[in-house]
Write a protein that binds this ligand. Structure first.
Ligand code: ATP
Ligand code: AMP
Ligand code: MG
Length: 206
């Protein structure tokens, strides 16, 4: 393994359109993993970006991050990736998993921002990049139902379709850079538990 760039612990990056259910599935997966004696550390990339942006007085809410300046977002991304790997490195051993809740692309007013560009993916060095997917119409409905978040700038069903497409391209491009698996998991309506089960089954074989 000497020439293969990897962290000591396994790294799984979980991506998908806003509102598809990444955070929901990861929280269920964490519970299931505990029952099976697997150690998962689930970290949300946006939390790290938000904490730094709030410290800098730039914003107060996670759905404002994608409206920051392009270069500002790049800086926040790099800092988030570094902080997450440092934190995981203090707690995880080679049998454990760092699960990163994030996005393969972020839709910003100026265009699609890759969520896992070179300055992020070469720090995280994931074993697997997961794309959580669902029917675009159902995702748009989930976005609308969830009043805890602002997601009305994603263009409804058609917009979601485009983000799914861009996310697939972006995920494979990032995977090529460091050598990662890319896996699609469906989070069907009312079946987040099954998606979590599938995720755990998959990563336990890494
Ligand atoms: P974001 O990228 O914006 O953080 P997310 O992918 O983390 O979004 P969640 O916050 O987990 O999405 O879920 C969005 C909404 O969809 C929530 O209200 C959640 O309860 C609901 N949801 C998640 N999974 C399912 C499912 N399988 N069926 C129906 N609703 C679901
Ligand atoms: P989330 O709660 O996953 O939607 O994350 C909140 C916000 O953080 C997102 O809407 C993005 O603006 C930002 N974010 C999360 N992950 C990334 C990433 N990898 N690159 C750039 N921005 C990100
Ligand atoms: Mg989320």
């Amino acid at each position: 393994m000497s020439n293969v760039r990897r962290n000591e612990f396994k790294v799984v990056i979980v991506t998908g359109v806003p509102g598809v259910g990444k955070t929901t599935v990861l929280s269920l997966a964490q519970r299931k993993a505990n029952e099976r004696g697997l150690k998962l550390k689930v970290l949300n990339f946006g939390d790290y970006m938000l904490e730094n942006a709030v410290k800098k007085g730039l914003l107060s809410n996670r759905d404002q991050i994608r409206y920051l300046s392009f270069r500002g977002q790049l800086e926040l991304q790099a800092a988030a990736a570094t902080a997450m790997v440092e934190e995981a490195g203090r707690e995880l051993s080679e049998r454990d998993f760092l699960m990163v809740d994030t996005h393969a692309v972020v839709k910003t007013p100026l265009g699609y921002l890759p969520g896992l560009p070179s300055h992020v993916i070469t720090i995280l060095k994931p074993d697997m990049i997961v794309l959580v997917e669902a029917d675009p119409k159902e995702i748009a409905a989930r976005q609308q139902r969830d009043s805890t978040r602002y997601r009305s700038d994603f263009g409804g069903e058609e917009g979601v379709r485009e983000i799914i497409e861009m996310s697939r391209y972006a995920a494979i491009a990032s995977a090529v850079e460091v050598g990662s698996l890319v896996t699609i998991i469906r989070n069907a309506e009312g079946k987040a538990g099954e998606a979590a089960e599938q995720l755990i089954n998959m990563i336990s074989k890494l």
